[in-house]
Design a protein around this ligand. Structure first.
Ligand code: AMP
Length: 139
């Protein structure tokens, strides 16, 4: 079954499309967290960032890179929070990779990315070294 975003790509449901190229498309979020809240997606359906092939990842980043200043300028934002909910446990509701570009304004009452975590861990040097080594060997 195709995701709601694939239906947007196919033109089956309406969206306020702000940019489109061969492999990516960007449109306004239907429930904006701020004016100009935009989603950037690969047209093909991949559930998580981990599933996106390298060449599509490059195109996706290029579109994000292009859209961030375009969005900021359009709504006269002071800044943007740019983020992916990557997986259900991280809050991803639509199983089709999407980048949120959320315009931010001085005094908007929102928080930084750091505000998303629950209880933060108290990790010792050995644990940090082990984690860093594991990530390095997987990269
Ligand atoms: P996430 O929680 O990261 O999966 O975010 C999904 C986002 O998609 C939410 O911010 C929704 O408001 C947005 N959304 C869901 N359906 C639509 C739609 N038809 N058009 C535009 N945005 C949508």
């Amino acid at each position: 079954m195709s995701t709601i975003f694939s239906q947007i790509v196919a033109g089956e449901i309406p969206a306020r499309v702000v940019y489109e190229d061969e492999r990516t498309i960007a449109f306004l979020d239907a429930n904006p967290l701020s004016p100009g809240h935009t989603l950037v997606i690969p047209k093909d359906e991949y559930e998580r960032l981990n599933d996106v092939p390298d060449d599509v990842a490059s195109d996706l980043y290029a579109t994000i890179h292009r859209l961030v200043p375009a969005v900021e300028e359009a709504v006269d934002a002071d800044a943007t929070t740019v983020a992916f909910n990557n997986g259900e446990e991280a809050g991803q509701e639509v199983p089709h990779v999407h980048c949120h570009i959320i315009p931010r304004f001085e005094g908007d009452g929102g928080g930084p990315i750091h505000a998303i975590a629950g209880e933060t861990p108290d990790l010792g040097d050995d644990e940090l070294d082990e984690i860093a080594a594991d990530i390095e060997s997987n990269a």
